[in-house]
Design a protein around this ligand. Structure first.
Ligand code: ATP
Length: 192
């Protein structure tokens, strides 16, 4: 069994998340991809802006129709901060013998060596990293060297310059974030 673990704030989920999730399933030939919304990210000072239950419903709308993908409540159901090392150990215990990948966008790779307990993370899984605009080759190469090429798989992904912050900004400014959101997610978005 090949299982990917894709964590994030998903605040809200957008087409970049969907593209990365789909590319990870296709290219890593995953049987299952678990999308794990965090309770509170250790990498962000505040937030999330949207309630956890709403983010779950939005993720479910995003992945509807793709039987490989599933939303996991592993982080929402325990007190924050949501450390990936703890989550991966729980998921490994849920699926004994499975091959695990932690899926991250390329913008996260430079900081990955400073994540909490990366030795525990890399003991449980390989890292699958996609490109993202704004990450130059040198930064990417340095970080990849720090993690170790043997622990790393690359996911080819056409850059989609979209972020949850851009969606939140559009809403705050009264613009329609429509095209940044996957089908079904837009309908669930609270509008001022
Ligand atoms: P924010 O703008 O609030 O910081 P975000 O758009 O970066 O949010 P997160 O939920 O923090 O979204 O990201 C979860 C994961 O998805 C991270 O690994 C991140 O690198 C990846 N990701 C987010 N946006 C994209 C994108 N446009 N293309 C590829 N990967 C992405």
């Amino acid at each position: 069994m090949r299982i990917g673990v894709f964590g994030g704030s998903f605040d809200p989920p957008h087409i970049g998340h969907h593209a990365l999730a789909t590319a990870a399933c296709d290219q890593l030939e995953l049987d299952r991809l678990l999308l794990v919304p965090c309770a509170r990210s250790p990498h962000k000072d505040d937030g999330p802006y949207l309630d956890g239950e709403l983010r779950v419903r939005m993720l479910e709308a995003m992945i509807a129709g793709d039987a490989r993908m599933e939303v996991s409540r592993r982080e929402l159901d325990r007190p924050p901060p949501s450390y990936a090392a703890d989550t991966l150990e729980m998921i490994a215990a849920d699926h004994p013998g499975a091959d695990l990948w932690l899926v991250i966008g390329g913008d996260q790779l430079p900081a990955f060596p400073r994540w909490h307990a990366i030795d525990r993370i890399l003991a449980r899984c390989r890292l699958a990293v996609a490109g993202r605009p704004g990450v130059d080759d040198e930064t990417f190469g340095d970080a990849a060297a720090a993690v170790g090429a043997e622990n790393l798989d690359l996911i080819a992904l056409d850059p989609l310059p979209v972020s949850s912050s851009a969606v939140r900004e559009a809403i705050a400014e009264g613009r329609d974030p429509g095209l940044m959101l996957p089908a079904g997610v837009s309908d669930l978005l609270p509008r001022p």
